[in-house]
Design a protein around this ligand. Structure first.
Ligand code: BG6
Ligand code: MG
Length: 230
C-alpha cells in the first residue's frame, strides 16, 4: 500500500545572491596587488585603505579612481593599455587558484542550500567570474551567474541583482544578497533586497546584517533569514 505524506511546512521561496570577490573567494587581495603594482609603476603609492574604494567597483571605474588618487592624467589609449596590463597580472594570480581559496563557511553554506533546495545565483561586477568559479570548482553549483559581462550599469546600480532575481524567478523581497562592498550593499538595498555585509561595520553600515567574516554565515543565521517574514 502506498502512503502519501504531506509536509506541513511551506516551501520557502527565499533565494540567495552571492557577490564573488571577497565573499565566495579571497580574490580581493589579488585585485589589490595588481592595482598597487600599476600605481607604483606610475610613480605613486596605493594603500589598502584606499583600496576599499575599489571594492565592488568595475574595472574601468577602478582605474579612474586610482588615477584620481595619483593625480595622473592619461589618454584613452593609455588607459586601455593599463586596463589590459592590470587584468593580465590579475589573471596570473587567478591561474594558480585552487579550492583552498574559497572563503571559510561558504562551501558548507552552499551544500546546505542545495540540500534544502534553496536556489542561489552569483551577482558580481567581475568579468572574470566564470573563470574563477571554474578554477575553484563551484561553477556548476550556481543556478545563474550574472557578472560584469551582463550589465550595462555597475554597482551601486541594482541591475546585476535584478537580473539575478529574474533568473532565479524570485521577487526582490525574497532575495538575500551577501556582499563585502559598500557599492554592492547599496545596489542590493536599491533593489529592495535583504543584504548581509561581510566586513567592517563602519564601512558596511547600510547592510541589514553585518558579519566580520564569512565564518559567521552559520546555518542558524541562514535558517532565521529563510523563515523571516517580509
Ligand atoms: C569586483 C571587485 O567584484 O569586480 C572589484 O570587487 C573589481 O575590485 C571588479 O574591480 C571587476 O573585476 P574584474 O575581474 O572584471 O576586473
Ligand atoms: Mg566583493
Amino acid at each position: 500500500m502506498i502512503k502519501y505524506y504531506q509536509t506541513t511546512k511551506k516551501m520557502s521561496k527565499k533565494v540567495f545572491i552571492f557577490d564573488l570577490d571577497g565573499v565566495i573567494v579571497d580574490t580581493a587581495k589579488y585585485h589589490y596587488l595588481a592595482w598597487k603594482n600599476l600605481a607604483n609603476g606610475l610613480g605613486f603609492e596605493f594603500t589598502e585603505a584606499q583600496n576599499e574604494r575599489l571594492k565592488g567597483v568595475s574595472r574601468v571605474r577602478s582605474l579612474e579612481i586610482l588615477l584620481n588618487i595619483g593625480q595622473v592624467n592619461l589618454s584613452d589609449k593609455e588607459k586601455e593599455k593599463l586596463l589590459t596590463d592590470k587584468n593580465k597580472e590579475y589573471l596570473e594570480y587567478v591561474h594558480n587558484m585552487t579550492a583552498d581559496e574559497i572563503l571559510p563557511g561558504i562551501e558548507n553554506l552552499l551544500k546546505y542550500l542545495e540540500t534544502k533546495n534553496i536556489k542561489f545565483a552569483l551577482g558580481s561586477a567581475s568579468k572574470n567570474a566564470s573563470l574563477i568559479l571554474k578554477k575553484v570548482g563551484l561553477f556548476k553549483k550556481f543556478t545563474a551567474i550574472v557578472d560584469g559581462n551582463d550589465v550595462s550599469k555597475a554597482k551601486p546600480n541594482p541591475e546585476v541583482f535584478n537580473i539575478a532575481a529574474t533568473k532565479l524567478s524570485a521577487n526582490s523581497e525574497n532575495c538575500i544578497v551577501v556582499e563585502d562592498a559598500l557599492a554592492g550593499i547599496q545596489a542590493a538595498k536599491k533593489a529592495g533586497m535583504t543584504c548581509i555585509g561581510i566586513g567592517d561595520k563602519e564601512v558596511l553600515f547600510e547592510a541589514d546584517y553585518i558579519l566580520k567574516s564569512t565564518k559567521e554565515l552559520t546555518i542558524d543565521l541562514v535558517e532565521k533569514l529563510i523563515d523571516e517574514k517580509n
